[in-house]
Design a protein around this ligand. Structure first.
Ligand code: HEM
Length: 397
């Protein structure tokens, strides 16, 4: 009945813009059958990025990026605006989920060897997305413009100033002069609400497009031969496999890389993605309902009692600094360690020349990543126990 009512409109639109064919093409994409649940993290990330933008737009209706009003406008959202505390909570906890999820997705693509040829570009774009994500989270914390936000701006611009050659110019550009001022806040605001989100959405879209064009078959599990007792493929698997052979894989990769078990994106894989994304969002929602996001005291640059603590995802770096004796070594640690990590991650597909895909056959690469992850976890835990005295459930300011 409803369809009949709208049929002329829907059909007319389809004659001018063949949306049915396009949608059909997108939904009937062959995807891996094995390890399918691990392949849901990328889609969850994509959806959460849009939730982040939607809640951010709501906050922008009320936020005032000026020295005198920024903290007060955040407090107004928290205490006066109808459900403002909840949307602010969603924006904050969703960002926490995004940072954790991007780490999990990166680990999944690393351990399953998905960064290897021909998917190097997807990996390189992924590393850029990771940097943009962390930068978005960092600049967001500054916008609160309370004591914590102010000292994050001081620390952030000071570290930017330590960059070799361009550092002083970079710091002056970010601060809008020699010292932290209202201009620093407006520039951080521009980065947080405009440049970084646009970069994230554009690059994430290109990243996903690349993955779809190349076929989501980077993981080694796709190429494990079938055990003798395995069930024969059903109709969907056979049809999707035929399509992989026809369309998805390039002629040269066809020689070596034919995935064994595949299925259709819709409905099989989309169902898994909906379950995982829904579950993650439910957890974010429940946490936002339960824990209020704090606002600290108004800015007092001359304070001698306030002990700034770094944002939670920098805690490992904060703790690492304690291992460097002598204040003069700190700039090397703060700039050098992340730079080396980022360069190694960017070059990983070319540094790792081992053609094997299975983790057991790549002990060096697996050990490298295990050491990186363990060091980050141990340092972060040590840092947290040292500096975390946040009262997350405390009364909002
Ligand atoms: C906003 C951030 C990101 C979004 C929205 C995103 C999205 C996606 C999606 C939807 C997929 C296909 C499904 C899946 O494998 O989960 C994918 C695959 C992939 N991603 Fe990401 N991703 C992001 C960040 C990253 C990062 C940080 C890396 C690594 C540094 C990365 C590397 C890859 C690789 C190599 C694949 C191919 C996987 C395969 O074919 O097995 N991505 N991504």
């Amino acid at each position: 009945m409803l369809y009949r009512l709208f049929a002329p409109l829907v059909d007319g639109l389809d004659r001018r813009l063949p949306w049915r064919r396009t949608l059909n093409r997108l939904l009937s994409d062959p995807v891996p059958e094995r390890g399918g649940w691990w392949y849901t993290l990328g889609a969850a990330l994509f959806v959460l990025v849009f939730i982040q933008i939607a809640t951010g737009i709501f906050l922008m209706f009320f936020y005032v990026p000026s020295w005198d009003h920024a903290r007060e406008s955040v407090s107004y959202i928290q205490n006066e605006v109808y459900l403002g505390w909840l949307v602010r909570g969603l924006h904050y906890w969703n960002m926490v989920a995004l940072v954790l999820l991007i780490g999990a997705h990166m680990a999944r693509t690393f351990f399953s060897a998905a960064y290897k040829a021909p998917r190097e570009l997807a990996w390189v774009l992924g590393v850029t997305l990771l940097i943009l994500m962390v930068a978005t989270a960092f600049t967001g914390g500054i916008l609160r413009w309370d004591q914590g936000g102010y000292f994050d701006a001081v620390v952030g611009t000071t570290i930017a100033g330590w960059t070799p050659i361009i550092g002083p110019g970079l710091a002056a550009l970010w601060r809008g002069g020699e010292t932290i001022s209202s201009l620093t806040l407006t520039r951080t605001f521009t980065f947080h609400v405009w440049l970084l989100p646009v970069g994230l959405v554009v690059l994430a879209t290109v990243h996903v497009a690349l993955v779809v064009i190349q076929g989501q078959f980077g993981s080694w599990v796709n190429y494990e031969p079938e055990p003798a007792e395995a069930e024969p493929p059903d109709e969907d698997e056979l049809a999707s496999q035929a399509k992989v052979r026809r369309e998805v894989l390039s002629p040269e990769s066809r020689k070596v890389n034919l995935p064994w078990r595949t299925t259709w994106f819709f409905p099989h894989h989309m169902f898994k993605e909906a379950v995982v994304t829904g579950a993650i969002f439910l957890v974010v929602f429940l946490i936002a309902l339960t824990f209020r996001v704090p606002i600290e005291e108004p800015i007092d640059p001359s304070t001698t009692t306030y002990a700034p603590s770094s944002m939670w995802f920098w805690l490992f770096l904060d703790q690492l600094l304690l291992l460097f004796p002598g204040a003069w070594l700190i700039p090397f640690a703060v700039i050098g360690v992340p730079t080396v990590m980022v360069v190694v991650f960017y070059l990983l597909p070319w540094l790792d020349r081992n053609p094997a895909l299975k983790p057991q056959s790549r002990p060096l690469a697996v050990m490298f990543m295990a050491v990186v992850i363990l060091s980050i976890l141990v340092l972060a835990l040590l840092g947290a126990s040292r500096v975390f005295n946040y009262d997350f459930v405390g009364s909002p300011g």
